[in-house]
Design a binder for this molecule. Structure first.
Ligand code: BGC
Length: 357
């Protein structure tokens, strides 16, 4: 069967390969993959700056944002052939740490977790994959066009859960949220903010393309200017770009008791001159919180499925701006300026219409 593989650490090594069918030891649920979403992490792996192959192997099957259909499930599992499913990305560390021991592998304390398609485990960008039943999440059938958004939505479901847990440290009645970055994570974070009844503001640098209208169609407000002018006195900022200057501006722009949630992974290449002492002063005197969040556990995947099922599916479909078949995977990796989420499509093409005689 075909799979998209890469030699981690070697730029430009990604290619379609014929690989063996997944081994039964990889999990008792056999899944036919329908689609795999592409994100910045995949691009970093392809550029050779992130990712690791399984122990003893050179190449890694890519893909962590999955959508598939069950082909075979073991008796007793709450899954049946034909079910629409998504595979969870992370697996607990083998020790396990206190968090992994209770299923909170997204909070792994020792860094020895593994991740499908990213760190030491083959991913989902193959025609068929095997998954352990406890790492399979079921979706209602009507999410078949947009179910590939479950994984990025799980990441923002976790971010919102953490924001709310931090908020509960004192009386807290948030009214507004500013999301920085109108990529897939930013737009999905905005959707979850709207679903919470908040006044949602989204800031990005573009003024054309689909993003401004996607934001407005959510009932949110789009901004293209400076962070501190977008929503003065905002209660929550979700930073989804990882751009150093925007991160710094976010930390200076909340109201007292504000929460800044960082989800963007910076490249770490750029130096920024900043007055950290003045920042410290305002964080302390205002009881502000700045925190980072990554990954998601099963609870967040289930919340993500609920959030997507409640959302307008036509709006969600507009987030997927490009679908490329597996053999043209490069078109999904090379993201254009107007793209939001790009997807590699592994579903078979519709069978040709019978020839008329
Ligand atoms: C994935 C996360 C993962 C992180 C770090 C992100 O792109 O969505 O599941 O934990 O990369 O590897």
């Amino acid at each position: 069967m075909r799979a998209l593989t890469v030699h981690p650490g070697v730029p430009g090594s990604a290619r379609i390969e014929e690989i063996a069918e997944p081994h039964a030891s990889a999990g008792s649920v056999l899944v036919k993959v329908l689609a795999v979403g592409v994100c910045g992490t995949d691009r970093e792996i392809i550029e050779g700056s992130y990712g690791a192959a399984p122990a003893g192997e050179e190449r890694l099957v890519l893909g962590h944002e999955s959508l598939g259909r069950v082909l075979e499930a073991p008796p007793g599992a709450e899954l049946a052939a034909g079910d629409l499913v998504v595979g969870i990305v992370r697996r607990p560390d083998p020790v396990p740490c206190a968090c992994c021991a209770v299923g909170e592998w997204d909070m792994c304390r020792n860094g020895r977790y593994t991740e499908r398609g990213i760190k030491a485990l083959h991913g989902y960008c193959a025609e068929r994959v095997r998954i352990e039943p406890e790492f399979v999440v079921s979706l209602p059938p009507h999410l078949d066009r947009i179910g590939v958004l479950v994984e990025p939505t799980s990441v923002v479901a976790k971010a919102w859960e953490q924001i709310e847990r931090i908020g509960r440290r004192a009386a807290w009645f948030p009214r507004s949220v500013l999301v920085i970055g109108a990529g897939p994570i930013g737009l999905l974070a905005a959707l979850l903010g709207v679903q919470r009844g908040l006044s949602v503001h989204v800031l990005d640098r573009v003024t054309s393309g689909p993003k401004p209208q996607l934001v407005r169609d959510l009932g949110a407000t789009y901004h293209a200017g400076a962070v501190n002018e977008a929503c003065p006195g905002v209660d929550i900022i979700l930073e989804c770009t990882g751009v150093g200057q925007l991160v710094f501006d976010a930390m200076r722009s909340t109201s007292p008791g504000g929460i800044v949630c960082l989800t963007g992974i910076s490249s770490g290449q750029r130096l920024l001159e900043a007055n950290i002492a003045a920042l410290n002063r305002s964080l302390v005197l205002e009881n502000d919180v700045v925190f980072g969040t990554v990954n998601a556990n099963r609870r967040h995947y289930e919340e993500a499925v609920g959030a997507l099922a409640r959302a307008d599916s036509a709006w969600l479909e507009r987030l997927i701006t490009r679908r490329a078949p597996l053999e043209r995977w490069r078109e999904a990796i090379d993201r254009g300026p107007e793209d939001v989420k790009t997807v590699i499509d592994l579903s078979p093409p519709p069978s040709p219409a019978p020839l008329s005689r």
